[in-house]
Design a protein. Structure first.
Length: 211
C-alpha cells in the first residue's frame, strides 16, 4: 500500500525553507505590484524559523511537527499569510495525530483540513484573487482524480498541481475581493496574486517529494 512517512513530511518542510529563499524576490515582486511587497520576506522569515527548529522536532509524530511549524509561521510572520499558512500547517497535521506515516487517503484529508482553515480564516472563496484560488481547485482535483479515476497517488498529485497552477493563472485577469489588493479595484487586473503563486510552489514541493 502507498504510504507517506515522516521522512517525506520532514523533507517537505526542509524543501519549503529552501523554496522560500529561492523565490523570495519573485514573491515580493508579485506583491509589490498589488500589495505591500513583503510576501517573499514574510515566507522567508517564517520558514527560516521552521528550518532553525526542525531538527529538534524530528522525534515527534507528524501532527506535532506540523503543529510546531504552523505555530512558528503564526508567531513570526507579520502579514496576512502568516496566520493563513500557519493555520494551514496546524490543521494539516491533525489527521496524522500520533502517526509516523499516513495513507494517501489520510494525506488528502490533511490537505482538505489545511485548505478549509484558510478559507474559513480568510473568509475567502475561489474567485477572490487569493491563495484559495490555487488551493481549493488543487485539493478538489486531488480527491476527484484519486477516488473517481483510480489514479496512482503521485499522478493524482500532479493533476492537483496542474489544477492549482491554472487556479493561480485565473487570478491574473480579475479584481481582488480579499486582502490588500482589494483596495486597488480594477488596477489589480493583469497581476497574479502573490499568495496564489506561493501556494503553487508549495504544492509543487509536496508533489516533487512524493515517492
Ligand atoms: P500582507 O498582505 O499582510 O502583506 P502577504 O503579502 O504575506 O501579507 O500575503 C498576501 C497574500 O495573502 C495575498 O496574495 C493572498 O493570496 C493572501 N490573502 C490575503 N488576504 C487573504 C484572505 N482574506 N483570504 C485568503 N488569502 C488571503
Ligand atoms: Mg504583503
Ligand atoms: Mg505586509
Amino acid at each position: 500500500d502507498y504510504i507517506l512517512n515522516k521522512d517525506y513530511f520532514i523533507g517537505v518542510l526542509e524543501d519549503l525553507a529552501v523554496l522560500a529563499e529561492e523565490k523570495k524576490v519573485y514573491f515580493s515582486e508579485l506583491d509589490s505590484a498589488i500589495g505591500d511587497g513583503d510576501h517573499g520576506m514574510n515566507l522567508s522569515i517564517g520558514f527560516r524559523e521552521v528550518s532553525k527548529n526542525l531538527e529538534g522536532w524530528k522525534s515527534e509524530d507528524i501532527n506535532t511537527i506540523f503543529k510546531n511549524a504552523g505555530t512558528a509561521l503564526l508567531d513570526k510572520v507579520g502579514g496576512a499569510s502568516g496566520p493563513l499558512y500557519g493555520g494551514f500547517f496546524m490543521k494539516f497535521g491533525v489527521p496524522a495525530k500520533g502517526k509516523e506515516e499516513v495513507s494517501f487517503d489520510e494525506f488528502i484529508e490533511m490537505m482538505e483540513a489545511g485548505v478549509a482553515i484558510i478559507e474559513k480564516r480568510g473568509k475567502a472563496s475561489v474567485g477572490d484573487k487569493t491563495m484559495v484560488d490555487t488551493l481549493r481547485p488543487a485539493v478538489d482535483a486531488l480527491r476527484a482524480v484519486y477516488s473517481e479515476d483510480d489514479m496512482a497517488p503521485k499522478e493524482a498529485m500532479k493533476k492537483a498541481l496542474e489544477a492549482g497552477s491554472a487556479g493561480s493563472d485565473s487570478t491574473i485577469p480579475i479584481i481582488a475581493k480579499k486582502g490588500r489588493a482589494m483596495r486597488l479595484g480594477e488596477r489589480a487586473i493583469g497581476h497574479r496574486d502573490p499568495g496564489s503563486a506561493s501556494s503553487v510552489a508549495i504544492l509543487e514541493i509536496f508533489y516533487n517529494r512524493m515517492p
